[in-house]
Ligand binder design. Structure first.
Ligand code: PLP
Length: 311
C-alpha cells in the first residue's frame, strides 16, 4: 500500500472533524490512538447483527458470536506469532501486567525491572509483594545489557519484566537478548509491549518471552481490550487469579476443575466486541505495512524502530 498520510487521515472520522475550524493534528498516540472507520464499523456490526455471549450456550446465535470471538483470538495470535491458546483477552496492558505479577510473582521473591518502566510495570509487582531491583540504562537510554546480565547472573531473580519500547524515551530495547539472558539464568521473562506492538512487527516466538502484554486502544483498536500472551508450556501450570463462569470444566460445591488455557484465564462475560474491533485494527495496521509505519515513525517522530523490526 502506498503511504499517503492525507489519504490515511480520511479513514479516521475523528481527524476529519474541524474543531474550532482547524484541522486536527493529533499527537497523543502514545496515550491512545484514534480509530479508523473499519474498526468502528466492525464493532457496530457485531452489536447490531451478531451480539450474543460467546461460549455461553448451545444455540445458533451463541455459536456465531463464539466463532467471531475465537476468530479474533486467532487473528491476534497470528499478529504476534503466537499459538491461539496462548492469547488471553484482558482489559488493557495494565491488567495483563497485574495478572502476571499475581500469577508469576510470589511475595518476597526477587523481581528484576528496569529504570524506564511505566507505572503499570512497577505498581503491580509492589502490590504482589515482590522484592524489586532495577536494571540501569545505558548511554542511549536503553536497558543496559551488561547491567541486566550482571543482575540476572546473581541467579536469584524469579521474573525479569521490562518495557520493549519506552513511552517516555521512545527507544526500543533488545527484547530477544534480554529474554535469552533471563532464560539462561532461570528467570521468567515478561515484556511490556504496550508501545512496541503498535509500531513494529513483534513476534513472541522470535523474542522468546514467557509473557507479553499490550493494549488495543494504543494501536487503533477499542478501549477496554488488552492482551496477555502466556507461553503454552507455562500457562498449563499457572493458577488463575480470578475464577468464575466460562473458566471451569466442571463445577462442584466444594471443588471445581479448571478449563484449559486460554479459557481458564477468562472468567465471566468477555469484551467480545472489543476483541473483534482489535482484530480489525490489526488488519488496518498490516494493510498500511510495517515498513511504512516504521519509516514514518522514524523520520517524523522520535520513535526509532530497529531495522529488522521495520523490514
Ligand atoms: C510502556 C507502557 N506500558 C503500559 C502502559 C499501560 O497501558 P494501559 O493504560 O492501556 O493499560 C502504558 C500506557 O501508556 C505504557 O506506555
Amino acid at each position: 500500500m502506498a503511504f499517503d498520510v492525507e489519504a490515511l487521515r480520511e479513514d479516521f472520522p475523528y481527524l476529519k472533524q474541524k474543531k474550532t475550524g482547524k484541522t486536527i493534528a493529533y499527537l497523543d498516540n502514545a496515550a491512545t490512538t484514534q480509530k479508523p472507520l473499519t474498526v468502528i464499523e466492525v464493532i457496530s456490526d457485531y452489536y447490531s447483527q451478531a451480539n450474543a455471549n460467546p461460549h455461553r450456550g448451545g444455540n445458533a446465535l451463541v455459536a456465531e458470536a463464539t466463532e467471531k470471538y475465537e476468530n479474533a483470538r486467532k487473528r491476534v495470535a497470528k499478529f504476534i506469532g503466537a499459538r491461539q491458546d496462548e492469547i488471553i483477552f484482558t482489559k488493557n496492558a495494565t491488567e495483563s501486567l497485574n495478572l502476571v505479577a499475581r500469577m508469576a510473582g510470589k511475595p518476597g521473591e526477587r523481581v528484576l525491572l528496569s529504570q524506564m518502566e511505566h507505572h503499570s510495570n512497577i505498581v503491580p509487582w509492589q502490590l504482589a509483594g515482590a522484592r524489586l531491583e532495577f536494571v540501569e540504562l545505558d548511554e542511549e537510554m536503553k536497558i543496559d545489557l551488561q547491567d541486566a546480565k550482571e543482575k540476572l547472573a546473581k541467579g536469584q531473580s524469579h521474573v525479569f519484566s521490562f518495557a520493549h519500547a519506552s513511552n517516555v524515551l521512545g527507544c526500543v530495547n533488545d527484547a530477544q537478548k534480554l529474554c535469552r539472558m533471563a532464560r539462561d539464568e532461570g528467570a521468567l521473562s515478561c515484556v511490556d509491549a504496550a508501545q512496541s506492538v503498535p509500531h513494529m512487527k513483534v513476534d513472541v516466538a522470535e523474542i522468546g518471552c514467557d509473557f507479553l502484554a499490550f493494549s488495543g486502544h494504543k494501536m487503533l483498536g477499542p478501549d477496554g481490550l488488552g492482551v496477555l500472551y502466556i507461553r503454552r508450556e507455562i500457562a498449563q501450570a499457572l493458577a488463575p487469579v480470578f475464577g468464575g463462569g466460562g473458566a471451569i470444566e466442571k463445577v462442584g460445591w466444594k471443588k471445581s476443575s479448571l478449563a484449559k488455557p486460554p479459557h481458564k484465564f477468562e472468567p465471566g462475560t468477555q469484551n467480545s466486541a472489543g476483541a473483534i474491533g482489535l482484530s480489525a485494527a490489526m488488519d488496518y495496521l498490516e494493510k498500511v505495512g510495517w515498513k511504512n509505519i516504521g519509516k514514518h515513525s522514524g523520520e517524523d517522530c522520535f520513535f526509532q524502530c530497529g531495522e529488522s523490526a521495520c523490514a
